[in-house]
Design a protein around this ligand. Structure first.
Ligand code: PLP
Ligand code: COI
Length: 341
């Protein structure tokens, strides 16, 4: 076994078939014991619940090579818990937390040659997911499911890496009040496809969505939570029942308070007040923390005072501290780093 011969430093955020994936089937009311398989394809009924009524949920986390050569992941227990919440909301059988962590460990270990080397800027993206498999034609939950996990090496989610991006205020909503915005269901992403294609066609990197109830408050983007830095260098992050509880955002909030001594306020953030912030960043597993230089609100450019050329100083400190913990060159005070091999 040897590391794959990839141009690690120039990877984009894309899918590449790796050696093994984990599969467990749910039938007759129970999950089977699960196994690693080589086949990357899935055969199912034309009437499968996932195909007809989008009964599918997923997670996203990463594996990293540390400075001293270990392969680790970050807070997989949080992803397991979030997937259990997603499953309950979608009337799917929750996949037990310890089994989720075991599936992640097994899949990463079996694909260790695909884990990008330390310092390459790339990481191994881990995608656990679950879907309804048996035929469903009346609107109801499936009785049979698959839980699967695959991995793929990835580079930065936004092209240009650390250069601030420009996002637009979307005219579409990604979630409904009391809908599924706070879980990781495929349907939320299907909802956002037309909006992202439109934003890209207009030259923007992403959409920021407003709260679907009043359309006056900042929610999140298609794949990340939002974090602002005020003029005193403190953090403000939107609070809403219809955003996904990002593990990265919750970790950055702890980093800001406990490692950097900053004040963090989680509150409703109105679109008409964001011009006063110094910095803005998008946080998520894929995005890590990607700086935003400008939010375009129907032609009105809201430019953060840290500017459009460089990541702002507080965003940079948050980025360096979080990735430092993940890569093993800063102390892991909270026990977030989970060693795989
Ligand atoms: N918000 C949305 C809509 C996402 O898809 C993601 C990605 O998982 C996030 C936020 C960030 O969450 P996390 O930090 O747990 O990856
Ligand atoms: C992640 O950050 O894991 C996500 O799921 C975002 C996705 C849009 C790539």
């Amino acid at each position: 076994m040897a590391k794959k011969d990839l141009d690690w430093s120039n990877l984009g955020f894309g899918y590449m078939k790796t050696d093994k994936r984990y599969v467990s089937y749910f039938k007759d009311g129970a999950w089977d014991e699960g196994a690693l398989v080589e086949d990357d394809t899935i055969t199912m009924s034309e009437c499968a619940g996932v195909l007809q009524y989008a009964q599918t949920i997923f997670e996203g986390l990463k594996a990293y090579t540390t400075e001293d050569g270990r392969i680790v992941t970050f807070r997989p227990d949080m992803n397991a818990e979030r997937m259990i919440n997603s499953a309950k909301r979608m009337e799917m059988p929750p996949f037990p937390k310890e089994r989720f962590i075991d599936a992640v460990e097994q899949t990463v270990r079996a694909n260790a040659d695909w884990v990008p080397p330390y310092g390459s800027g790339a990481t191994l993206y881990i995608r656990p997911y679950m879907f309804g498999q048996n035929p469903v034609i009346g609107v109801k939950p499936a009785d049979e499911y698959q839980f699967r996990t695959f991995v793929t090496p990835v580079g930065p989610y936004f092209k240009g890496g650390a250069k601030p991006i420009t996002i637009k205020v979307s005219d579409f909503d990604r979630a409904a009040p009391r809908g599924t915005g706070n879980i990781k269901a495929g349907l939320n992403y299907a909802m956002s496809l037309h909006a992202i294609v439109t934003a890209h066609a207009e030259g923007f990197d992403e959409n920021v969505y407003l709260d679907p109830g009043t359309r006056t408050k900042i929610e999140e983007t298609g794949g990340a939570n939002v974090l602002f830095v005020d003029q005193d260098g403190n953090i403000v992050t939107p609070k809403s029942d219809s955003i996904l509880p990002s593990i990265t955002r919750r970790s950055l909030v702890a980093v800001a308070k406990d490692y950097l001594g900053l004040t963090v306020t989680e509150r409703e953030v109105y679109l008409d007040e964001i011009g006063k912030f110094a910095e803005c960043g998008l946080c998520g597993t894929a995005a890590v923390i990607s700086p935003v230089g400008c939010i375009n609100d129907h032609g009105k450019e809201i430019v953060f005072s840290a500017g459009r050329e460089e990541m702002g100083p507080v965003t940079k400190k948050l980025y360096d501290t979080l990735t430092g913990i993940q890569m093993g060159h800063l102390p892991d005070k909270e026990g977030w780093v989970h060693e795989i091999c």
